[in-house]
Design a protein around this ligand. Structure first.
Ligand code: BES
Ligand code: MN
Ligand code: ZN
Length: 508
């Protein structure tokens, strides 16, 4: 999808479809004080030609401005656009970048099945202009993705071009920068979604490593380097926790290392991005029930998010050093697989009693996080589809966030706000530590049912020690269970935008 920014008169714009947001300006009932009539919804654009083209439709009462309501008008009078798409934005006072992303995504997803390939979207004036255009572009890219890659009758319904229309008074250079940045973020998020969408027979650890290498080569950035460590190298590093997961599979594991070292970046900080890259999680000997097991191809979503984030970082060029590590492996049962009761020695030297072979994510991350520190990372962030317990706690709306340090958490909170992603902090009190005590080793890999998301995070904490660290449990939000007006069912690409904003926050 090409992106264009236009500041000229929207009425003069020749396009298949011009979309504008319609906002509901009525107060809530209690504040209405018995006012006789509800005010009419309003177009979120000061342009008189658009307002007059939509006037009749709005006067008819067919358009309410209700969130995600979509009304299409053909041959709008006074506009060069062939169609005018009115996108309901909900209550005017609640309009936010978060909501606007959804509206842009919904407009794109409305056009796709109708074989319309070009969209112009008027960035609503209610928000700061740079924020408004950025949200439109990001949301449009999210809406543009569909997961039906392997359908024989797949029609390529992606949009050819998105034109963002902004009020003529705005600072063009600044807005163009926002459009370009949003496009990089959107494309990188979709790159992640493509990786996560691939079935386990295609997306093996080796293939994930190939994709990382290919992405690095395509970017041709002198600041980005890709290195793949194979099973021998991983074994030589004494990553006993990582290898214990990989040993049951016929597919060899891979440790993907991406280094971003831009010229002129200070030697510190070095941000470490560590991703869980389980390309299929059967549970191993503690095998999962077959119902829903097919979904466990998305157990590499955390790792894929790191690759998408590194792609965006290499293109946006912040002056901060970043190292990404993706621990890629299958988790399979076999005669060679590890067994409950086995004891493994992690790279850090800590001994781990395996209670449940299905708690494999924390094993690969334990070595990934420790290695990141050895490579000189001063700050760590990991993302993983780590626990079903996190889904029980937060459902499919918020990801879980854990932090061993309040300052790094506050940094991350700002990144979340800029990225428009929802995550909720969960605790890491010392009292949880005793739940993962082992009688035979230093630590067990499963604390059982209660507080499962927290005990998993406590396990990881053993390997990051005092390095400032954020852990994201994205099990509930990395896969959309159903189609939404603004996003397709399937991989969401969650965390990519927040990770990039987080890294950018370390600049200067
Ligand atoms: N990949 C799963 C977590 C998961 C569950 C992700 C559901 C998405 C949806 C992880 O490896 C796992 O199996 N965790 C176990 C841990 C338990 C054995 C301590 C879980 O959550 O049940
Ligand atoms: Mn598992
Ligand atoms: Zn898993």
């Amino acid at each position: 999808m090409n992106t264009k920014l236009v500041l000229s008169k929207p009425a003069e714009l020749e396009t298949e479809c011009l979309a504008v947001v319609v906002l509901d300006h009525s107060e809530s009932k209690s504040q209405n004080n018995g006012a006789p009539e509800k005010p009419a919804p309003k177009i979120a654009s000061p342009d008189p030609a658009i307002i007059s083209a939509a006037a009749e439709l709005i006067a008819s009462g067919e358009v309410t401005g209700k969130s995600l309501e979509i009304v299409l008008l053909h041959s709008p009078r006074g506009l060069k656009a062939k169609r005018l798409l009115l996108v309901g934005g909900g209550k005017a006072k609640d309009l936010s970048a978060y909501q606007l992303r959804k509206l842009a995504g919904a407009a794109v997803r409305f056009l796709k099945p109708r074989s319309l390939r070009n969209l112009a979207f008027f960035a609503p004036s209610g928000l700061e202009p740079a924020e408004s255009v950025k949200a439109v572009v990001e949301g449009a890219f999210v809406g543009d993705f569909d997961p039906d890659t392997y359908r024989s009758d797949r029609k390529d319904q992606r949009l050819n071009e998105l034109t963002v229309v902004a009020a003529a008074t705005s600072d063009q250079k600044n807005l163009q920068r926002s459009v370009d940045e949003a496009r990089t973020l959107g494309e990188s998020q979709n790159f992640t979604r493509e990786l996560v969408n691939e079935p386990g027979n295609h997306m093996t650890p080796t293939e994930l490593a190939n994709r990382a290498r290919q992405m690095t080569e395509e970017l041709k950035s002198p600041a980005l380097k890709c290195e793949i460590l194979d099973a021998d190298a991983i074994t030589k590093l004494k990553m006993g926790a990582f290898m214990s997961v990989a040993q049951g599979s016929e597919e060899p594991p891979a440790l993907i290392v991406l280094r971003y070292e831009p010229e002129g970046a200070p030697s510190k900080p070095v941000i470490g991005l560590v991703g869980k890259g389980i390309t299929f999680d059967s549970g191993g000997i503690s095998i999962k029930p077959s119902d829903g097991m097919e979904k466990m191809k998305y157990d590499m979503a955390g790792g894929a998010a790191m690759l998408g984030a590194m792609r965006a970082i290499a293109l946006l060029k912040p002056k901060v050093k970043v190292i990404a590590l993706v621990c890629a492996s299958e988790n399979m049962p076999s005669g060679k697989a590890q067994k409950p009761g086995d004891v493994q020695i992690a790279m850090s030297g800590k001994s781990i009693e395996i209670i449940n072979t299905d708690a494999e994510g924390r094993l690969v991350l334990a070595d990934g996080l420790y290695y990141a520190r050895q490579l000189g990372c001063t700050h760590l962030i990991d993302a993983a589809t780590l626990t079903g317990a996190c889904v029980v706690a937060l459902g499919m709306i918020n990801a879980g966030v854990f932090a061993n340090n309040d300052e790094i958490y506050q940094r991350f909170e700002k990144a979340l706000e800029r990225a428009g992603e929802k995550m909720w902090r969960l605790p890491l009190d010392e009292e949880y530590r005793e739940i993962i005590r082992s009688g035979i080793a230093d630590i067990v890999n499963s604390g059982g049912r209660w507080g499962g998301a927290v005990t998993a995070a406590m396990f990881l904490k053993e390997f990051v020690e005092d390095t400032p660290w954020i852990h994201l449990d994205i099990a509930g939000v990395a896969w959309m269970e159903e189609n939404k007006p603004w996003i397709a069912k399937g991989p969401s690409g969650v965390a990519v935008r927040s990770l990039v904003e987080f890294v950018k926050g370390f600049e200067s």
